[in-house]
Design a binder for this molecule. Structure first.
Ligand SMILES: O=C([O-])CC(=O)C(=O)O
Ligand SMILES: [Mg+2]
Length: 229
């Protein structure tokens, strides 16, 4: 559900600190989601439109109307280098809002990629261009330019709240949103988490069991787990 205004373009956005964005870009979505406290994930139906697609950047948000891509053209004018366009829709729609022409325009204006709770088309071309897109559908069905939406308002995209300038990170595991004020702190937590995982990986590789590594034998015995021949 969207709780926002229709028919407004906010031209001034406070974007996450570029250094913190670059730091977050080094990590996977699963690590950042955990570092954030297991929040901020978009629904898993959003998928990359080609293998290996990945993106990280401050969000330029768009609220679309179903079957109407007008606001994507309005959004293009607001792009800054490195932005990720995050497009939500007022109502579910799987039409093909976006394709290689809009990708060409977005790239020329500095976009890093697109996350859209809707459909896209021309995916062979998007792959050739290596323009990363995460969408809920691939759909040749075209859209019109007839209804106002908004640009750079808070949106709910695939269940996650995204405010303009928040950091959006997407890879094959999903899409996560980091509130812009927390970007540096979450990047630090992600680095600590990766460090801890490196230690565990070594111990698993050596054959150690999770049962011992995570001290699970006591709690399992307390719950009455029995081993029988
Ligand atoms: O033109 C459109 O409406 C969407 C599209 O296919 C493109 O951007 O290439
Ligand atoms: Mg096209």
């Amino acid at each position: 559900m969207q709780h926002t205004e229709i028919g407004v373009v906010h031209t001034s956005v406070t974007r996450a600190d570029p250094e913190a964005v670059a730091a977050l870009a080094q990590f996977g979505v699963a690590t950042v989601h955990e570092a954030l406290g297991r929040v901020g994930l978009m629904r898993p139906y959003l998928r990359p439109v080609y293998a290996g697609a990945r993106l990280c950047g401050p969000a330029l948000t768009v609220l679309l109307q179903p079957g109407d891509n007008w606001m994507l053209h309005v959004a293009a004018e607001q792009l800054r280098e490195g932005d990720v366009v995050v497009a939500a829709c007022t109502t579910e729609s799987e039409d093909g809002f976006f394709g290689e022409l809009l990708a060409t325009s977005f790239r020329a204006r500095g976009a890093r990629g697109l996350v859209i709770d809707g459909g896209v088309r021309d995916v062979d071309d998007l792959e050739d261009m290596d323009f990363p897109v995460f969408s809920r559908a691939v759909n040749a069905k075209g859209t019109v330019k007839a209804t106002l939406g908004s640009v750079n308002v808070p949106v709910v995209c695939a269940n996650a709240l995204v405010r303009p300038g928040d950091v959006v990170l997407a890879d094959v595991d999903g899409v996560v949103v980091v509130p812009r004020e927390r970007a540096a702190e979450v990047a630090d937590a992600a680095a600590r988490r990766e460090g801890a995982e490196a230690g565990k990986r070594e111990r698993f590789r050596a054959g150690e069991l999770g049962l011992d590594l995570y001290a699970m034998r006591g709690p399992l015995a307390e719950l009455g787990l029995r081993y029988e021949d």
